[in-house]
Design a protein around this ligand. Structure first.
Ligand SMILES: [Zn+2]
Length: 264
């Protein structure tokens, strides 16, 4: 059986352990069922997730033109504090920006390799934490728009990291942290206009990933260079496929690649 399709980030289901799915146009692959199987992955092309054209992928699954023009690749995506829809100001497409920015957002702490602060739409909890490979996470504030979440993140990252070390996340080089205690400590640094949105009663969410063997020295697969790879799948964590020879494949950062996958 050969599955062919455009890579987009894996869909997930918050079960114990997390369940992963690759969604292609005509195939729906339950990736957990491929564990312990040898898989061929071959790059056969590129297709922009926005315009659908066969153009080189520039960033986030988009060709260069779409990345710089389409509303879904605006700077406020990566830097929520630049959001302007709450002021009625347009970046690239005000209708789109209102739809995405003017909805409940969560500022959270997640621990994937270390404790970090992050922002997500409320509808993306716990998907966002799964995608980051966090084994534990907790909400801090729930705010009505992306801007307020952004300025909270900016204020908190003076006191806590906003980055994950992907190698440590994959090696499972982790320790359990008391995220409730972290939250209480950080509360003082929440901007005044956001303080009323602090969520009082909260407990940690714990996540378990389907990994049979963690890599000792994870090395990133680059299908743009190597075009084809064969290996035995031994785990899935975050948006990474983990193989027996320590190769790891970040599905998310390869969005837009057209691949053929053949499990044996
Ligand atoms: Zn495009």
């Amino acid at each position: 059986m050969v599955y062919k399709g455009v890579l987009t980030k894996m869909q997930t289901e918050f079960l114990d352990p997390i369940q992963y799915y690759l969604v292609f146009e005509s195939d729906f692959i339950h990736v957990n069922q491929l564990l312990n199987k040898t898989i061929d992955i071959k790059k056969v092309g590129e297709q922009c997730l926005s315009c659908g054209l066969d153009r080189p992928i520039f960033r986030q699954g988009f060709c260069k033109t779409c990345f710089f023009e389409k509303p879904l690749a605006g700077d406020w995506i990566m830097r929520p504090e630049l959001s302007m829809a709450h002021l009625g100001k347009e970046d690239r497409d005000l209708d789109y920006e209102k739809k995405v920015q003017l909805q409940p957002h969560i500022v959270y702490l997640a621990n994937s390799s270390n404790v970090k602060v992050g922002v997500t739409r409320k509808s993306q909890v716990p998907t966002r934490w799964i995608d980051q490979g966090a084994h534990e996470a907790i909400e801090i504030v729930e705010v009505p728009n992306r801007y307020l979440a952004g300025i909270t993140e900016v204020a908190l990252k003076e006191h806590v990291s906003d980055k994950t070390n992907w190698r440590n996340m994959l090696k499972n080089n982790i320790k359990d942290e008391d995220l409730l205690a972290w939250r209480s400590e950080l509360k003082a640094y929440i901007p005044d206009e956001v303080k009323t949105y602090f969520i009082d009663n909260m407990s940690e969410t714990h996540l378990h990933f389907p990994v049979e063997k963690y890599p000792q020295k994870p090395k990133s697969l680059n299908l743009n260079k190597d075009l084809v790879y064969t290996g035995k799948l031994v785990g899935i964590k975050g948006q990474y496929l983990i193989f027996d020879d320590d190769s790891v494949f970040n599905v998310r950062s390869n969005e837009g690649l057209v691949v053929e996958m053949t499990p044996y």
